[in-house]
Design a protein around this ligand. Sequence first.
Ligand code: B12
Length: 252
Amino acid sequence: MTAAKEKRHVRPYGDTTGDGMVQVSFTLPVPPGPKAEGAAMQLANKMGLDPAMVVHSHGIGAEFTFFVVYGSAKHIVDLDEVTVVEREYPLLSPSEVNGSVRKTLRRKLVVVGGCIGTDAHTVGIDAILNIKGFAGEKGLEYYRELRVVNLGAQVTVPELVKRARAEKADAVLVSQVVTQRDAHILNTQEMSAAFREAMGDRCPVLIAGGPRFDPLMAGVLGVDRVFGRGTTPGEVASYLVHAMVRSRGVAA
Ligand code: B12
């Protein structure tokens, strides 16, 4: 273990160890000029950056100014108070995933996915499901023992439940990218409640994903697992095996 890992209290590192230096960017609804820069400094100080420096400012139209501020954060991180979801299952290769599904289910594992509500941001769910994949990994369609039904954009919850039933889905994967007025939270809660009501104990594994989800939110959303930004298909496929093995109480 390195010395840095043993430390409990840490601060950001800029020029010298523990100097607290961070860079933030934001936009204020203030016309560009000295007053806008002063406003940015006030905000930075209130955010706990002291000393702070506006290193870049640029007008966005006549009414707004964009800033980059560099400054020393006075706050200290206590690593003992950091709560995260750690991956509790091993990352498997596609052939290991296929082997586990074959051995455990003796049929293909069915995955139904899509973007629910009015959300039309399909790039994320496609990155996970489509054969072309993401970050150098093939998507779930590549896995021989997975059968993938990708419903695309703007799927209503009743439509999703109906299709999941018809396809005898083992897992349902929904994507939510738009977060305006907490749409991602409300839509996902509506989805999980509808599945529980319609299917009770026979409810498929429910998975939600999107860049603004925190993996700690699974309980609040009523789903089994939440995946955030940068998720790769292999992580999801490995989780599906983990969930399948857990629900069947057998070794992978
Ligand atoms: C491309 C894009 C669009 C395209 C979408 C095309 C398409 N077919 O998907 C178009 C032009 C249609 C579009 C429209 C809109 N967009 Co748009 N869009 C984007 C943009 C630039 C990129 C999104 C993207 O493709 N990311 C790449 C993918 C790979 O990343 P990802 O989605 O995070 O997915 C990864 C993970 O999150 C995870 N994941 C995602 N889903 C799932 C699901 C599961 C099950 C799992 C396991 C994992 C997983 O895995 C993926 C791979 O790692 C973002 C800004 C940005 N830079 O992110 C804005 C952005 C998402 N859009 C935004 C907005 C506001 C809109 C519009 C409302 C604009 C308008 N006024 O019309 C409309 C809404 C349309 C609608 N009905 O949904 C806002 C959302 C703001 C918010 N807080 O909600 C953003 C953030 C831009 C911004 N900063 O304002 N958009």
